[in-house]
Ligand binder design. Structure first.
Ligand SMILES: C[S@@+](CC[C@H](N)C(=O)[O-])C[C@H]1O[C@@H](n2cnc3c(N)ncnc32)[C@H](O)[C@@H]1O
Length: 327
């Protein structure tokens, strides 16, 4: 029997220092983070980093900030949306700036003072703040804080559907659909059983991921509810913002490990070991010559996912990466 798991975000009171911001602390992100994406050299190649006055917007654990410092950025400001955090000593060479909500980007930096504005896996989140903030509002502000010739680099969940069926109680409730598929699978011919069961497992996995991350729901043009940003709309927002697009990529897939958060308390050391292994697998494949060539890359990504799945069951969803330049 397949059942969608419910993730209840619980405050965590041990093992993660007070320097970890709230979103990350509630989810025990230091344990989850290594499983889900790598995106470092591929996100901001060294040529973009060297000598840049860089910002790591909603920097989370500061791992990208550390990479920016090591890559020779002239300065690195890491932000958190929370009002106050004593993050001063968290990463050498990084100035932490609290209170930088998506609606307050313009007032948080001097005009024209940033050469590289990084927003890694953040743009898909801000829909809150009383509905005042979305992609267009963020880009409008970021354009003003960029220096002429400065760049913005973002990575975000690309839209993926979790369809709404009339029998479901809420948009996020895929459990009813999963239960339905499982009941249909019972007694079905072998191949139908296999298809329905696999689909039920995939949907249960996606529902677990969405609830764990707290991703806001989005509508697609085809009337489906899903999560993540629609790439055509995202690209259109960049064009309308007056920034010049330089790259729109399919980045590595986001890989969510199933059932792992349930083991944070009971098997922390094992989770940590698995996370390090998954990160090492990702690094090895994503920095390989096969991944650099667009013709061999799909095969490399497939092999990477196969290798990760030998360690742990995952669901995966697409990540889009965009680079744009202020004229
Ligand atoms: C998936 S985490 C990414 C963190 C980090 N950039 C990384 O790559 O590890 C999403 C981040 O979005 C931030 N966030 C959510 N809503 C926000 C808002 N309205 N304004 C600014 N940041 C926000 C959360 O605090 C969280 O740090």
């Amino acid at each position: 029997m397949v059942a969608a798991r419910r993730y209840g975000v619980r405050p965590y009171d041990g093992g993660v220092t007070a320097t970890v911001p709230l979103w990350e602390r509630e989810r025990r992100w230091p344990l989850m983070r290594p499983f889900v994406y790598y995106l470092m050299e591929n996100f901001a190649p060294p040529s973009l980093v060297a000598g840049a006055r860089a910002v790591d917007f909603s920097a989370g654990l500061g791992d990208l900030s550390r990479y920016l410092v090591a890559g020779g950025a002239a300065s690195v400001i890491a932000t958190v949306p929370e009002a106050s955090l004593d993050q001063a000593s968290a990463v050498d060479g990084v100035e932490w700036r609290p209170g930088v909500l998506a609606s307050r980007i313009r007032e948080s930096f001097a005009p024209g003072s940033v050469d590289l504005f990084c927003a890694r896996m953040v743009f898909q989140f801000p829909r809150w703040e009383d509905g005042r903030v979305d992609v267009d509002v963020m880009l409008d502000q970021i354009r003003d804080v960029l220096a002429p010739g400065g760049r913005i680099v973002i990575a975000s969940h690309a839209f993926f559907p979790l369809q709404t069926y009339s029998s479901l109680a809420t948009e996020k409730d895929s459990e009813a659909l999963v239960a339905k598929l499982v009941s249909l699978a019972t007694g079905a011919p072998r191949d139908v059983h296999e298809i329905l069961t696999e689909e039920a497992q995939r949907l249960a996995g996606l529902a677990e991921m969405v609830q764990y991350l707290g991703l806001p729901p989005r509508d697609s043009s085809a009337g489906m509810t899903g999560y993540g940003l629609r790439v055509p709309l995202l690209v259109d927002s960049f064009i309308r913002s007056g920034l010049t697009l330089e790259a729109v990529d399919d980045a590595e897939p986001f890989t969510f490990p199933l059932g792992v958060w349930e083991r944070f308390e009971t098997a922390e050391a094992e989770v940590r070991r698995l996370g390090a292994e998954v990160m090492a697998i990702k690094r090895r494949w994503l920095l390989s010559p096969e991944a650099a060539d667009p013709y061999t890359r799909p095969g490399a990504v497939r092999s990477m996912l196969r290798e990760i799945r030998r360690q742990i069951p995952v669901v995966w969803v697409p990540i889009v990466r965009i680079v744009a330049r202020k004229p």
